[in-house]
Design a protein around this ligand. Structure first.
Ligand SMILES: [Zn+2]
Length: 199
């Protein structure tokens, strides 16, 4: 019943997380009604985020300048690397403001059932960073769920033999909850309560 272009916009919006058909229709009609410039600003912002952002060659965080602002910051502790699943986890930890080391973004977790193996993540690059030397501790901050734990186990087995201290953040985050939704205090507790991983 909708014209083709409108139908396409609704179906694209519907693919966004948390957006059902009703919301997609509401957003599409809002865009349809909006002034040309307003609607196009949204389109351009989407295009730019894809065009201008590249993974940092060191930590894989999407950035406009390589290395990213965190890796380039001389005041950060380069001997400590905090490993997270997704870019959004870096932003969550940065909001906490307690961690002063560097990050490494895996861009996912090992999920064999979904066909995601170690080689599909940035694990080789992490291993190379540790092998390059100067790293004293790797903090595994993957989420406290099955995939996060399996990935963390894989990494501890890979990295500990390289002579680096490997720790896992504390489960101050209630089981099943993620960094993304953690408060500053929860992040502080999770980092301070981290424990060395036995291999
Ligand atoms: Zn970086």
């Amino acid at each position: 019943m909708y014209p083709e272009s409108l139908k396409r916009l609704i179906s694209e919006l519907e693919r966004l997380p948390g957006v059902g058909t009703k919301t997609a229709e509401r957003l599409a009609f809002h865009i349809l009604k909006a002034a040309n410039d307003d609607a196009l600003r949204l389109a351009v912002a989407i295009r730019d985020v894809k065009k201008n952002l590249r993974p940092c060659s060191s930590c894989a965080l999407p950035t406009e300048q390589d290395p990213c602002a965190i890796c380039a910051d001389p005041s950060r502790d380069r001997a400590t690397i905090c490993v997270v699943e997704q870019p959004k986890d870096v932003y969550a930890l940065e909001k906490g403001g307690v961690f002063r080391g560097l990050y490494h973004v895996l861009m996912g977790t090992i999920a064999l059932l979904e066909g995601i193996e170690a080689k599909d993540l940035t694990i080789d690059a992490l291993e190379a960073r540790v092998r390059a030397g100067g790293v004293r501790e790797v903090i595994l901050a993957t989420n406290p769920n099955f995939e996060g734990d399996s990935t963390s186990l894989h990494l501890s087995r890979l990295l500990a033999p390289l002579g680096v201290k490997v720790t896992r953040i504390a489960r101050g985050l209630a089981a099943g909850s993620t960094l993304e939704y953690a408060s500053k205090t929860m992040i502080e507790d999770a980092l301070e309560g981290r424990r060395e991983v036995g291999v």
